[in-house]
Write a protein that binds this ligand. Structure first.
Ligand code: DC
Length: 228
């Protein structure tokens, strides 16, 4: 199947498997994968290292100026880096997870990440995952997917990922963090997480990755009338 040069936006709740799915789509379709959440996580780690997040997750105004000097990028292997420092595993830690949503609610942080995404996606043939890609960052994306799955399934997936990395999480705490992030992400005033009116909904609670990819191929075929 020949896929046209399009942007695919994948949004949805935390730990619905957006990035695993987006990576699979990228390799299956020959697209570039951009993980917008990794950029918010990178900014959060940067702010933590600079001591700019205070009590009750209040972010210092100094972060806005500090961001001008932040070299946050993806390496050739797609790893998130701050300057020379590859921070891919650090940005997935509970410490970053617990502070990323308040940071991602800050308007100038969102503008910083949006600018990066537009620079990186300029040549098309991109699949991106996040919370507001189809609604705010690329409202003209040709294919929009909104992913969801039950809280139980999502918490278990996140828990298994953390265990695989040698962490010792508590399942209830993981579920509580997911719920809290979903709440903050859906209720912030700047670009809240919500389903775009023209998004295709994918509930993958009971689906394998292969079934998810086959589903998306069907969506693309239907939308563009491709039947090769
Ligand atoms: O997808 P993730 O869990 O790595 O995202 C980390 C956080 O970043 C998440 O709590 C919400 C925020 N985020 C966002 O607000 N907008 C995006 N486009 C992507 C992520």
């Amino acid at each position: 199947m020949t896929i046209p040069d399009i942007i695919i936006a994948i949004d949805g709740y935390s730990s619905t498997g957006k990035s695993s799915f987006a990576k699979l789509v990228a390799s299956g379709f020959g697209f570039l994968y951009l993980d917008s959440g990794a950029l918010y996580r990178g900014v959060t780690l940067f702010a933590q290292r600079m001591g700019l997040i205070g009590e009750d997750n209040v972010v210092s105004d100094a972060l806005e100026t500090a961001l001008e000097g932040l070299d946050l990028h993806f390496s050739a292997e797609g790893k998130t880096c701050i300057g020379e420092d590859c921070v891919e595993s650090e940005i997935r830690s509970m410490k970053v997870s617990s502070q990323v949503s308040p940071i991602a609610a800050v308007p100038y942080v969102r503008a910083f990440v949006d600018r990066k995404l537009h620079e990186l996606a300029s040549s098309g043939r991109v699949v991106m995952d996040g919370r507001d890609i189809g609604t705010t960052v690329f409202p003209n994306a040709q294919i929009k997917v909104f992913m969801t799955a039950s809280l139980e399934v999502r918490a278990r997936r996140r828990y298994d990922e953390m265990v695989a990395k040698g962490e010792t999480p508590d399942l209830e705490q993981v579920a509580a963090n997911l719920q809290e992030r979903d709440y903050i992400d859906s209720h912030r005033s700047t670009s809240p997480l919500k389903q775009a009116a023209d998004a295709f909904v994918l509930d993958n609670s009971q689906m394998s990755m292969g079934e998810e990819l086959a589903w998306l191929r069907g969506v693309v075929q239907g939308k563009f009338g491709i039947y090769d």
